[in-house]
Design a protein around this ligand. Structure first.
Ligand code: 6PG
Length: 470
């Protein structure tokens, strides 16, 4: 029997769909799963979806033996211990030169640890971020593979075909060595958290202050999706506001959903990494805190009876909607600037030589944060590959300048109305801090020197100083 080009272990939602995607691009694939029920289901789907070249193996030895060499095996199991267990099962059956590709949302040092371990047996290891959910996995995700460049070359013909395709190519490239692929996927998820928070704040402000109905909100988001905010998340938001309740209650489903946000945790890593690398990730941090506080539903209900809401100001609805659009756009620029800065800091720290413009390009399609806006980010890095921040790119700086008055009005209104907009206001504070030549940090330095002789530099002469403060 002809050997398969590639193998895949782990047939939960992402694995099953990714395997079918690979098969549908004409690459014969072998699949394996711990519980055989999922193998049968995948094989049945492959048949149904046009007799795709996919073969299931319940026995891991037969699975490995069915693969062309060097063997290429994608693992799509839950991050953490299940990945270690899968590797332990595979490695004794593999040969030097074979390649393991972990497609999970993995913490990047775990990938580097595993890569070093399997390298002892001459096996190469790729940590590949995969974004796009179920639909993306089946029809074209954004792929962020990191690891040895020659191992990437060995999977390149396949991943370039299965990734989402945009105007300037497939949404995949070799991200960099080591855990770089997982790192970039982690930042993608931090940005995803930020985008979702900003959209939720826009909703809150337009609903509470502007009095927009769900139908009106659906229309606003549809309209926004046709302009500068064009993106997958804005598009699905417009659809969410149109969905009627599916349990027979009157009105829209969104109004019956409990206001407690869950999470699997990759967004949290982005904030931890921001702290680790001394990179401000204010917008994403607001999103994470927003999720934490949303979880305190019972406490919030109790606290709500202790305070009264400030009166809502009268507003011009159309003006409010237009201002919120601009505030969302400006905040989004800040959030992506933070994400890109984190990527650059990690790249310098680990000597990864990451390409921020290329990363923006492969996020243009397939992934959750896909947006027209990413093309502009790519162009900003084409203009200047060493851009210190997206905020100072000529095009983005112009857009921020034109929109900042609207952004300030929205933040002012939300503060006045008692509606938290930590993403909008945090992003504005980030912008206002970054764009100012002088900050009150001189006072903090004075305080540090006052109580701890931590010393300070002066603006008018070289050297290190300390004063007798009393
Ligand atoms: C993607 C997503 C995905 C992530 C979910 C849930 O790119 O396809 O980022 O990998 O798991 O978005 O994340 P939370 O449960 O942490 O919100």
């Amino acid at each position: 029997m002809e050997k398969s080009k590639i193998g895949l272990v782990g047939l939960a939602v992402m694995g099953q769909n990714f395997a079918l995607n690979i098969a549908s691009k004409g690459f014969p694939i072998s699949v394996h799963n711990r519980s055989p029920g999922k193998i049968d289901a995948t094989v049945a789907r492959a048949k149904e979806e046009g007799n795709l070249p996919l073969t299931g193996y319940a026995d891991v030895g037969e699975f490995v033996a069915s693969l062309e060499r060097p063997r290429r095996i994608v693992i799509l199991v839950k991050a953490g211990a299940p990945v270690d267990a899968t590797i332990a099962k595979l490695v004794p059956l593999l040969d030097a030169g074979d390649i393991i590709i972990d497609g999970g949302n993995e913490w990047y040092p775990n990938t580097e640890r595993r890569a070093a371990k399997v390298a002892e047996a001459g096996i190469q290891y790729i940590g590949m971020g995969v974004s796009g959910g179920e639909e993306g996995a089946r029809n074209g995700p954004s792929l962020m593979p990191g690891g040895p460049a020659d191992a990437y070359e060995a999977i390149r013909p396949i991943v370039e075909k299965v990734a989402a395709q945009v105007d300037d190519g497939p949404c995949v490239m070799h991200i960099g060595p080591g855990g770089a692929g997982n790192y970039v996927k982690m930042v993608h998820n931090g940005i995803e958290y930020g985008d979702m928070q900003l959209i939720a704040e826009a909703y809150d402000i337009m609903k509470r202050i502007g009095g927009l109905t769900n139908d009106e909100l659906g229309d606003v988001f549809t309209q926004w999706n046709e302009g500068e905010l064009d993106s997958f998340l804005v598009e699905i938001t417009s659809k969410i506001f149109r969905k009627k309740d599916d349990q027979g209650q009157p009105g829209h489903l969104v109004d019956y959903i409990l206001d407690k946000t869950g999470m699997k945790g990759t967004g949290r890593w982005t904030i931890q990494e921001g702290a680790e690398r001394s990179v401000a990730v204010t917008t994403m941090n607001a999103a994470l805190d927003g999720r934490f506080l949303s979880g305190l539903k019972e406490q919030r209900v109790a606290a709500s009876s202790l305070f009264t809401d400030p009166p809502l100001p009268k507003v011009d609805k159309a003006q409010l909607v237009d201002d919120v659009r601009q505030a969302l756009y400006c905040s989004k620029i800040c959030s992506y600037a933070q994400g890109m800065n984190l990527i650059r800091a990690a790249s310098e720290e680990h000597d990864w030589n990451l390409d921020p413009g290329g990363i923006a390009r492969i996020w243009k399609g397939g992934c959750i944060i896909r947006a027209g806006f990413l093309d502009q980010i790519k162009k900003a890095y084409d203009r200047n590959p060493n851009l210190p921040s997206l905020l100072v790119d000529s095009e983005f700086a112009k857009e921020l300048g034109e929109r900042q008055a609207a952004w300030r009005r929205v933040v002012g209104l939300s503060v006045q109305s008692g509606i938290a907009a930590a993403g909008f206001s945090g992003s504005l504070a980030y912008f206002d801090t970054y764009r100012r030549a002088s900050l009150p940090a001189n006072l903090v330095q004075a305080q540090r020197d006052f109580f701890g002789r931590h010393t300070f530099a002066r603006t008018d002469r070289e050297g290190t100083f300390s004063a007798d403060w009393e």
